[in-house]
Structure formats: C-alpha cells, structure tokens
Design a protein. Structure first.
Length: 283
C-alpha cells in the first residue's frame, strides 16, 4: 500500500463528505475529571485520514458500519462493523477511510501525560470483536443529552458510564486468570528470553491453545503481546530516565541497542532518540 512506502507525518484530513460530532473536555467538566480529552461520532469518507505520531492519551474506536484501515502495533489492518480497537498513548496510530463507502465510528480520546498510568496499557487488547456496540450506545446517549435537554446530572451519568465501560474494555482478559497470572509474571521479568514454549508452560496450556486465547482476548499472538509489553516498558524508561539505549535495551529483552531501536521504531513509529526528544541542559 502506498501509505506504507513513505514515513507517515501528522495528518488531519476530513474530506468534503465527512460529518463529525465532537464534545471537548473544555465543554464538560466531567470529561476532564475522567481525563477524557474528547469524544466523537463520525461519518467518514475518503480522503479522510488521521495520523497521530505521539497522541497524548489512550484511544478507543468502535466501528459501527462500513470499514476502515487502521495502523496499530506497526501493522495495517482492516476494521469492520462491530469491531473495536484501542491504542495506548504516545504510540503511532493512523486511521484511513476506504474509497467508495461511508465509515461510521464512535471514539474517545484520553489525555494522559507521562507519569499518569494510561487506561490502555500492557494488558490491553489491540482489538476486540465485542464492546463496539456498547461503546457506541453510550456515546450516542451522551450526544442525545448534550444536543437536547443537557441536564447536568444526566450528562454526568453518561460520562461516568463511558469511562467505566472504557476501563472494562481496556482490561477484559483479567477475567481469564491463567492469562492474568502469565502476563503479570512476564511483566516482572521482561528482560528474560521468553519463547512461546516458555509462555505456554507457565500458563499450563499448549502453544496452540495459548495462541488462540491471546488472539481472542488480546488481538495479538503471545509473542506479539510480549513485544508490546516490552515497548510499553521501554516508553516509560525513555520518558522517566536518562539511561542510554545500551542500558535500556537489555532491560526490555534486547541484546543490543541497535536491535532494540529497530523494534521500537517499527512498533512506536519513532526511533528511541526521536521519541525521547532533546534532553534539558544542566547548569
């Protein structure tokens, strides 16, 4: 695809037939209290495009009808009606409408600066086959109240429902105790040279059963989710320490800074140095 052949840049394109409804935190105090920056419903048509290089917070998108293309975890994928996707903060993501049809979706974007634990984190799925309709119903209810009577208690009710549902959607696998215990153990030892057989043994599952379970609950294979967790931890280290890449790489399971840098750019969209940005001078 053409969009994968060149580096992506921050992009906002609506197109002439795109219709958007957006509610901002500046308009509703309850949104800001939940760290929700904005929420919206869109009817998007090509050339609609969104590219966010380092979005400030977790993102949820529920596809209601039509289909679009999404870039998450460094991979382009097709999202269709009834599917939900989510993305953590400060990770490259992109959303493109396909030519010839309307893509209708509801979404919510959080504001989570470094140091704040994000809603979408190391244990969150990439995409889910359930939850999209529920998220859309809550956002539609919020829209109807805001555009209609705008009763403050009911607006607060819809915002609370939205945040509660997003929290549950971001952590669905915690009901799967074997997965929960496995990934808690992995999170405590990301530097280890984990293999699929290692993970399967710890979960007391066959390789294929673990693969199917992770695909269903997380939208990723076990090894893809391991990489995702390593990248999440690497982001935190880059944001909160001045450690060199040679120090960070082994902490997240990579033998060399070069291999780590390549993996980080593939998943996050920027190399570690660019992600960290200029460091403040001392003195």
């Amino acid at each position: 695809m053409a969009e994968t052949q060149h580096p992506l840049t921050e992009t906002t394109i609506d197109g002439p037939r795109t219709h958007r409804w957006i509610l901002e935190a500046a308009e509703v105090a309850g949104l800001a209290a939940c760290r929700i920056a904005r929420v919206g419903i869109e009817d998007a048509r090509a050339p609609y495009r969104r590219v966010r290089l380092q979005p400030a917070g977790s993102f949820f998108l529920a596809c209601l009808s039509g289909a679009g293309r999404i870039l998450l975890d460094g991979r382009w994928q097709r999202l269709t009606a009834g599917e939900l996707c989510m993305a953590p903060p400060r990770v490259l993501n992109a959303f493109f409408a396909l030519p010839g049809a309307t893509w209708t979706f509801a979404w919510v974007r959080y504001d989570e600066p470094p140091g704040v634990k994000p809603l979408v984190g190391a244990g969150s799925p990439l995409r889910a086959a359930t939850g999209a309709a529920d998220l859309a119903r809550v956002i539609t209810g919020l829209r109807a109240e805001w555009d209609g009577p705008r009763a403050a208690p009911l607006v607060h009710h819809w915002v609370s429902l939205l945040h509660g549902l997003a929290t549950r959607l971001a952590r669905p696998w915690q009901g799967q105790e074997r997965l929960w215990r496995l990934w808690e153990e992995v999170a405590a030892s990301l530097a280890s040279a984990w293999t699929l057989p290692d993970l399967s043994r710890r979960a007391h599952l066959s390789d294929e059963h673990l693969r199917r379970l992770c695909r269903r609950e997380l939208g990723r294979s076990p090894m893809q989710h391991l990489t995702y967790m390593r990248m999440q931890h690497a982001q935190r280290l880059l944001e909160t320490t001045d450690d060199k890449l040679e120090v960070i790489a082994p902490q997240v399971g990579y033998d060399s800074a070069l291999v780590f840098s390549r993996a980080f750019k593939r998943w996050i969209g920027l190399n570690p140095t660019a992600y960290r940005g200029p460091r403040p001078s001392v003195g």
